[in-house]
Write a protein that binds this ligand. Structure first.
Ligand code: SF4
Ligand code: SF4
Length: 474
């Protein structure tokens, strides 16, 4: 975005002093229409985030990312490491969707949906306003010596921050190990589960560090998504933007004076009140143009609208707009790049839906035992040995499971005392089996066999294996 101001801001970060120290941001408490909308969206998302690991569908946790045990539930559907291809396609779809959205609407995700912004601005920052007061009071409190008032406010705030960080860490853990396990550990003595208590303390410390101290630095220096803005945005992307044409006019911005004819004097609508800067949680001046630090939180839009209202000028000096709209008044249009992303997104989503529909709830793998070829047995019988693994992705135990050969006239013998076995719910069964076929029925060295898996008399899965025979039987 073109800069109406100087370019000094490009070489420095608003949160670092010339000496290289942290410049603490004391943003003014936002208010306005967009802030109210963001509050609603944020509280809905927080409720979802807190509820998702505790809600169950068909006995499955709604969202679960148990990396250690390699169990994943997405919207109540269990996924296994064997479904990794679906996970990869979903990730690619997610990346393309976010890219498309960013090309079209900039960092709108950061301002409205990102958990970091939501917790920081809608939970921790609001508690800070409640305890320490608005910007001016916070600045005074920071400067004042450690008297009783400051100690009381700081201790209260840090304790509340710690408690909320602890709650968030618990919810985070519920996503990782499962809510049932977590609740079990809580109701038992947590000291009996130090392997879980220890990560919980680390998560709590990390969340506390982020929300009490690191704050906007996450978005400015740690978040890789923020860094992508430079390559994703172009002058057609809609971002939170200052209308410099209107704000600066011919003779630039100028403080407001009553009964002054700014139009006649050639001054823009920006009255240089700095309210948009004071309200910014990342400490930038949006009037310098689009910047890496801007998380599109819209606080400056609301703030500038209040100012415009108070001096009877039209709102929207800072608004969602593209550079093209500000420069040439051109309306939002889908660009060729966006159309390309949409096409890829539609194709991949179709592929994912197709794969999900074809996905089997039971998965069988029969593999040749490494290093084994075949064995001659009496009566011209050829035997091959295999290992099998049967994965049950459902919540019900599958019993009376057996294998049958399709087409070939042979037998499958389990290395077990029983011909049938059971696969536990959300579990697996594995073992070894022999396939024996009369040599006259073989068609050479390599024979592709189809194995049907039955539970009682119901066919539940089919798999294939290569059965080896002697070359002389070709
Ligand atoms: S709040 Fe609006 S009028 Fe005030 S400095 Fe910012 S852009 Fe200019
Ligand atoms: S410039 Fe405006 S939208 Fe961007 S972070 Fe600051 S207040 Fe939020």
């Amino acid at each position: 975005m073109e800069t109406p101001n100087n370019e000094i801001f490009r070489d420095s970060i608003g949160t670092v002093t010339k000496e290289g120290k942290r410049a603490w941001i004391f943003p003014k408490k936002p208010s306005g229409k967009l802030y109210e909308y963001r509050k609603i969206v944020s509280y809905i998302l927080i409720a979802f985030l807190f509820a998702a690991p505790f809600v169950k569908i068909n006995g499955n946790q709604f969202l679960l990312f148990n990396v250690l045990e390699r169990r994943f539930n997405i919207f109540g559907f269990p996924f296994w490491p064997q479904d990794f291809h679906l996970f990869v396609i979903s990730m690619i779809i997610g990346v393309i969707f976010v890219t498309l959205f960013t090309v079209g609407f900039g960092r709108v995700f950061c301002g409205w949906i990102c958990p970091q912004t939501i917790f920081m601005e809608m939970v921790f920052r609001r508690i800070e306003y409640w305890i320490d007061g608005d910007r001016g009071k916070q600045m005074r409190l920071a400067k004042q010596p450690w008297n009783a008032e400051k100690i009381k406010k700081r201790v209260l705030k840090w304790l509340i921050f710690l408690l909320i960080s602890f709650i968030i860490a618990n919810v985070f853990l519920a996503y990782l190990i499962g809510s049932d396990k977590l609740l079990g550990y809580i109701t038992e003595n947590p000291l009996n589960h130090l392997g879980t208590l220890f990560p919980l303390i680390i998560f709590t410390a990390v969340f506390y560090f982020i929300f009490a101290w690191f704050r906007e630095q996450v978005c400015i220096i740690a978040c890789p998504y923020g860094r992508l803005q430079g390559v994703l945005l172009d002058n057609k992307s809609i971002v939170v933007a200052y209308d410099h044409k209107r704000g600066e006019a011919e003779n630039g911005r100028k403080k407001y004076r009553k009964n002054e004819d700014r139009n006649a004097l050639g001054y823009g609508d920006c009255i240089d009140c700095f309210q948009c800067v004071h309200v910014c949680p990342t400490g930038i001046d949006i009037r310098n143009g689009t910047q890496l630090e801007c998380v599109n939180c819209t606080a400056c839009i609301d703030e500038c609208d209040h100012i415009m209202e108070s001096i009877n000028l039209p709102k929207g000096l800072i608004r969602y707009a593209s550079e093209d709209e500000i420069e040439n008044k051109s309306k939002f249009k889908l660009t060729a790049r966006m159309k390309g992303y949409i096409a890829v997104l539609v194709i991949l989503t179709g592929v994912l839906i197709g794969m999900l529909m074809l996905r089997n709830e039971v998965e069988a793998r029969v593999l040749r035992l490494p290093g084994q070829l075949f064995e001659h047995k009496q009566d011209n019988i050829i035997s091959n040995v295999f290992t099998y693994k049967l994965i049950n992705k459902t919540n019900k135990t599958i019993d009376d499971v057996s294998f049958k050969l399709r087409k070939y006239n042979g037998v499958i013998k389990l290395v077990s005392t029983q011909d049938y076995f059971t696969v536990p719910a959300k579990g697996l069964a594995e073992g070894t089996l022999f396939i024996e076929i009369d040599k006259k029925d073989l068609n050479g060295e390599k024979n592709k066999l189809t194995i049907d898996v039955y539970s009682h008399e119901e066919l539940i899965e089919t798999t294939t294996v290569n059965f080896l025979g002697p070359r002389s039987y070709n």
